[in-house]
Design a protein around this ligand. Structure first.
Ligand code: SAM
Length: 185
């Protein structure tokens, strides 16, 4: 994920929903100039503590706000927007808004790098997957109050946001996807 988002040191990257900072750490290690948006103050602090311990010498811009406020950030400002396991926590309308606004904040040749839970193909597997995943979804809701829903068509959502999906890799029996989509010329 970090490799796709930061092909060379100095890339300007926006990470949405950093959580405790696992991906943030990788992005900084690869030399990204990072802006981070996270709505949960505790998570933001956990990520800040994790990065402070590294003392990478790179300043990270930390923004405690929701992804829906991404439209407040400058146009054409980023080489990449990274969304790891966060789109599945948004409603369909929020995803659509955030992806469209993210696309508008990409520099020429910029890309969205999105990794998330997805419904496996074919559909028969998707039904089974939903059933097997129900206890995990319930535990997430009880423990941290968040509900994630696997995405049915991540490349399609990227396309409808005005992006050009270039690659999709899948793991865990097709239930986890990494999609890279570039801005249309
Ligand atoms: C499952 S965690 C993933 C953390 C990290 N990206 C990773 O891959 O390890 C999802 C994070 O996204 C944040 N989040 C969810 N919806 C958000 C939104 N609309 N705006 C900003 N952050 C959001 C949550 O607070 C949580 O910290």
């Amino acid at each position: 994920m970090a490799l796709a988002a930061v092909p060379a040191p100095g890339a300007r990257v926006l990470e949405i929903g950093c959580g405790s900072g696992a991906v943030t750490e990788r992005l900084v290690e690869r030399g990204a100039q990072l802006t981070v948006v996270e709505q949960n103050p505790e998570m933001l602090r956990a990520a800040q503590t994790r990065l402070a311990a590294k003392d990478s010498g790179t300043a990270v811009e930390w923004l405690e706000q929701t992804a829906s406020e991404v439209d407040a950030l400058g146009h054409a400002a980023f080489d990449a927007v990274v969304l790891s396991l966060v789109l599945s926590e948004m409603s369909a309308s929020e995803r659509s808004f955030v992806l469209r606004e993210s696309a508008q904040r990409l520099a020429p040749h910029g890309r969205v790098v999105a990794a998330d839970e997805v419904l496996p193909i074919p559909r028969i597997h998707a039904g089974l997957f939903r059933l097997l995943r129900a206890p995990q979804a319930l535990a997430g809701w009880l423990l941290v109050g968040s509900v994630s829903r696997p995405l049915a068509d991540l490349p399609g959502e990227l396309e409808r946001a005005g992006l050009d999906p270039r690659s999709e890799e899948r793991w865990l029996a097709g239930s986890l996807a990494l999609c890279v989509a570039e801005i249309r010329p």
